[in-house]
Ligand binder design. Structure first.
Ligand SMILES: C[S@@+](CC[C@H](N)C(=O)[O-])C[C@H]1O[C@@H](n2cnc3c(N)ncnc32)[C@H](O)[C@@H]1O
Length: 419
């Protein structure tokens, strides 16, 4: 087949999948690359939707394809098969369209000699539609074993929640009008349906709202009333929690070592008309003129609590990454503790589901640094009393609030330095 009808959407999906699974790049970075190669926004978005669906259901797709393969195909053909099967089994594409576009894709990626195999396997795997998958334990298949084991009794609820895309969550300025069509969650987060474009909402241009997952809005609340208080946001960019602190009336110093992410923080705060002191520095080296009595450490982490938004994460992370994150978190906790005034409050948070990055780090910090917990009470975390751990910390996961569509996985602890 010499003449190939290029299909930019499927080409984009293939490029994204290959960037993630073969080159181990984050999906957002791979999408930016497509933009630099002048792939139109519409094809980037449609390709992203397909690639994200493949990544979300990778274990199930591979198990279903496996039953029709007698020997392992080349990696490129495996991607083509995954893309075809995901469209028919998860994205509602008619089977014949999924098969024919995949055959064309096999040619387009220089693998035309496998076109017959693609045609035969996809016809069989799509013949019965999504019912084909009923025999599979999909949540289990789609979760790497080490992650499943690490999530203990919550593993199934978490993995089930990962099968759906996250909704759009917004924080709004106190007293401002919520956007139409949203539901108001117990912690005052406004939730809009998956796929809503925030930039089209009147409150976005009107500077009354910003994007922040319901769980991500909890750590700042643990300080209580911050009006007029000096607060150090130690790992601040791109600034969701900085804005929440500023909106609550705090005098915020927002520090991050990543200049590009801080540019986004500056843009976000400027859009909201918020005045924040921004510092570009390494938290491990920087020290303030005088200690702070409120410090937020929203530490860098494995981000396994955000898999609904970043379905590539289970396929990129390895157990050793958790150890690396934990070592960095310990160093940042040491630094935060050194900047905390006696009697001050340190809120430590991570968007990770891994105990080693949450409870493990805080237990070690208390023993090492003499910090003590100020355990959370039900009124600190509206609607999430059941997410308070026996130690008095907050542990959320995507399977919570299923009736409203879940939330990100976060861990947060409130610590004090004895006066
Ligand atoms: C989880 S993100 C912060 C998200 C942010 N708090 C928000 O709500 O939008 C972690 C941040 O830590 C920053 N970071 C990592 N190591 C750092 C260090 N040693 N010093 C300062 N910032 C650091 C990263 O650049 C990243 O922006």
């Amino acid at each position: 087949m010499d003449e190939i009808d290029r299909d930019p959407t499927r080409d984009a999906a293939f490029a994204l999948l290959s960037a993630v699974l073969d080159k181990h790049r984050p999906l957002d970075q791979a999408i930016d690359q497509l933009g630099k190669r002048d792939v139109p926004a519409r094809d980037r978005a449609a390709g992203h939707r397909i690639a994200a669906s493949v990544l979300r259901h990778l274990g199930t797709l591979d198990a279903a394809l496996e039953t029709h393969l007698t020997k392992a195909p080349p990696a490129k053909i495996r991607h083509v098969l995954r893309i075809g099967a995901a469209q028919a089994l998860f994205l509602g594409a008619p089977p014949h369209a999924a098969v024919s576009t995949s055959v064309a894709l096999a040619h387009a990626v220089g693998m035309g000699k496998f076109a017959g195999l693609v045609n035969a396997v996809l016809r069989r795997v799509t013949a019965a539609g999504p019912a084909t998958l009923d025999a599979f334990d999909q949540p289990r298949l789609d979760t790497p074993s080490w992650l499943w084991a690490s999530w203990g009794k919550d593993a199934r609820a978490i993995a089930v929640a990962h099968r759906a895309e996250a909704p759009l969550d917004l924080s709004i300025l106190p007293g401002s009008e919520p956007p139409e069509g949203g539901i108001i969650l117990p912690n005052a987060t406004i939730r809009l349906p998956t796929g809503t474009d925030v930039t089209t909402l009147p409150g976005f241009t009107g500077a009354t709202l910003w994007v922040q997952d319901a769980a991500a809005a909890m750590p700042v609340r643990l300080f209580g009333d911050v009006k007029g208080r000096r607060v150090l946001d130690l790992c601040a960019a791109p600034g969701g929690k900085t804005m929440q602190l500023a909106a609550a009336g705090a005098r915020v110093t927002a520090l991050d070592r990543d200049g590009r992410r801080l540019d986004r923080l500056r843009q976000n705060c400027a859009r909201m008309g918020m005045d924040v002191d921004v510092v570009t520095a390494d938290a491990l080296a920087w020290r303030p003129d005088q200690p702070f009595d409120a410090i937020l450490l929203d530490a860098p982490c494995s981000a396994t609590g955000t898999i609904r938004r970043h379905p590539e994460i289970p396929h990129l992370r390895r157990p050793a990454d958790i150890d690396d994150c934990a070592a960095m978190q310990d160093r940042l906790l040491d630094a935060a503790s050194a900047m905390l005034a006696p009697g001050g409050t340190l809120v430590y948070a991570v968007c990770s589901l891994q105990d080693e990055e949450g409870h493990g780090r805080v237990a070690a910090a208390c023993a090492r640094l003499g910090l003590i917990r100020a355990p959370l009470a039900a009124e600190d975390v509206p609607g999430l009393a059941t997410a308070i751990t026996p130690q008095g910390d907050l542990r959320t996961h995507p399977g919570l609030w299923p009736e409203w569509g879940g939330m990100d996985g976060f861990y947060a602890a409130r610590l004090t330095r004895p006066a």
